[in-house]
Design a protein around this ligand. Structure first.
Ligand code: ADP
Length: 266
């Protein structure tokens, strides 16, 4: 039996003024998979995730979640289905770490009701799991970039959604926390049938954790397929303009890519 796509994006166009940023983007995402999006700076990755979470509206095209136009789904209900870990989370208010993680429970809480024991348990569990419980009373404005990313990641986990969108979510984390957080997402995908969509700068992290990969350039999808199919020297060189060598690495049980100094293609 064919699985229904969890997301369908059809002929999406988005421009900032006269600048076309997304050009006829179409794809369908199967559930229970980790989908990666890579591409040069400015190719439209963040804009695409913002459209998938509904904070930006495309000028043309459709975005469906489980068969429904996302803009027709009530916001609170949608927030129980899809969470976003944004690239650069900055707030001017001095919220504490614990308060930010509690924001993930807002879609479940009554407007003026205090958190339930379950809300508290979820918040406690994710803070412990991500090693930020000791930071609970610190202001988010006082954290390092990597610590702040773990807090925002925890907020998304507390939201307890079937789909998680990650925008360069580990870009400021050290390698321990990067491997830990992305492994956690990968396990949630393979063990609990969740769906993840993540943008990456680091191609090797994408190859290590994702099942499928999109390569974008100039607002278009250039190639989309399994890592086995699309993580090739030809595609990487064509999309990024660098010489590279792709290898099967036994230790990682994955394909990995290496570059060399001066290896820029004219
Ligand atoms: P990526 O995430 O792939 O680096 P983005 O989606 O952030 O790309 O940006 C795509 C393009 O849109 C870039 O050229 C960027 O400069 C432009 N852009 C992004 N945000 C805005 C904005 N708020 N106003 C105008 N242009 C923007």
């Amino acid at each position: 039996m064919a699985t229904e796509p969890v997301y369908e994006v059809k002929a999406v166009q988005f421009s900032y003024g006269a600048q076309r940023v997304l050009d006829r983007i179409s794809f369908a995402l199967n559930p229970g998979a980790f989908h990666g999006i890579v591409g040069p700076n400015g190719c439209g990755k963040t804009t695409l995730l913002d459209i998938m979470i509904g904070v930006k509206r495309p000028q043309a095209g459709l975005v469906r979640y489980q068969g429904k136009d996302i803009f027709s789904i009530p916001k609170r209900a949608f927030a129980r289905e899809v969470a976003l870990v944004p690239q650069d989370y900055r707030i001017n208010f001095a919220f504490t770490v614990e308060e930010v993680v509690f924001m993930g429970r807002h879609p479940y809480m009554g407007r003026f009701s205090p958190p339930t024991p379950e809300d508290r348990q979820v918040v406690e569990r994710v803070m412990e799991r991500l090693g930020i419980a000791a930071l609970r009373n610190k202001f988010i404005t006082q954290l390092s970039g990597g610590e702040r990313q773990r807090v925002v990641f925890a907020r998304a986990l507390a939201q307890d959604t079937g789909v998680i969108l990650l925008d360069e979510a580990t870009s400021n984390m050290d390698i321990y926390h990067t491997v830990d957080c992305l492994s956690l997402v990968k396990r949630a995908v393979s063990n609990e049938g969740k769906t993840a969509v993540a943008t990456f700068h680091d191609l090797n992290s994408a190859a290590l954790f994702c099942d499928n990969l999109f390569f974008m350039k100039h607002g278009r999808i250039v190639v989309h397929g399994s890592i086995e199919e699309v993580f090739t020297e030809e595609v990487i060189s064509r999309v990024f303009g660098v010489e590279c060598l792709v290898m099967d690495v036994d230790f990682a049980a994955a394909k990995q890519v290496v570059f060399r100094a001066g290896g820029i293609m004219e």
